[in-house]
Design a protein around this ligand. Sequence first.
Ligand code: GTP
Ligand code: MG
Length: 335
Amino acid sequence: MSVEKPSVSQELWTDFFAGSRLACARLISVVENSPQAIPEVLDRIIPRQKGGIRVGVTGPPGVGKSTVTAALARRAVQAGRKVGVLAVDPTSPFSGGAFLGDRVRMQRLSDDHQVFIRSMASREGHGGLSPATPYAADVLDAFGLDRIFIETVGVGQSELDVMSSADLVVLVLQPGTGDVIQALKAGIIEAADLFLVNKSDLQGTETLLDSLRFLMEIGGGPRRKSLPPVIQASALQDRGLDEAFAEIERLVSGLVASGLFLEKRRARLESEVRAAIGRELWDKYAALTNAGEVIPAVVGRLLERRRSPYPYIREAVSRVRILIDEERGPREEPQ
Ligand SMILES: Nc1nc2c(ncn2[C@@H]2O[C@H](COP(=O)(O)OP(=O)(O)OP(=O)(O)O)[C@@H](O)[C@H]2O)c(=O)[nH]1
Ligand SMILES: [Mg+2]
């Protein structure tokens, strides 16, 4: 039997576990560029994770997410945390202007404060590949970081997916963007654990606070057990960020103490495991059958309203059963 060549060399693993930041960056590149290597990487790193907290920082373009993230990261370092920042660059026209400033600010944070910083492309629109960001966070966790900030623009589905992998979500808004709230993915408002009204040095803060209150009254919905805290800040004037950081730490302790933290992670990981089984079964089925050719024909008949796809789907499921039987694998569930 041929043994597949590992995607990560032993040398890279040794350097990574010895704490080399360069090795850590290279390992993130592996999960970003070689999705097929992800299972191998997870096998090695999961036993080394310590449960670092993932704090999502999201919001409309230009509201100050990077400035806020840098300020929070600095405070986390001062509080003795080992800190990482993953900035998901949406490769959208919005980010063009701020990027240079971002780079300079982030570089300083990295040099002065030993924060591990990494910018990643969001893959939305590139063949629907799922972004590697949650796996990059797994890598940082195994690297020994205990506060991992993940910045994304809260406008697309892939950003929403990234945020649902965070333990806690900070939604950043600024005055004058009341209408922008409408453009955010609805799920992001629901997922927010903390509203941070940034740029409160600008006019219109009260109006924004009013529309937030209104939004929460009408849209809080039954899924909300309590309204999330709202903090006013100005990252430019360095105001409100001590409060924001303290609130995040308070929320983290509350989530851990109440068990909600674990519950959220459990639910997310269960659906990940289910999805992974689905993907593996599909890959096996697709490799052993001509599904790739048949499905377009099935869909063609469906589009013409000639035939339901379900006879085909039932047939496919029974084929899978036969294929599995033929493999004569162990009958018991693996542990
Ligand atoms: N007036 C004011 N400007 C701010 C404040 N915080 C950030 N800014 C400015 O707003 C601009 C955008 O800040 P970023 O931190 O890059 O915003 P962002 O949300 O990360 O932007 P994208 O990642 O491009 O969506 C920069 O010019 C910041 O200097 C603030 O509290 N008040
Ligand atoms: Mg930014």
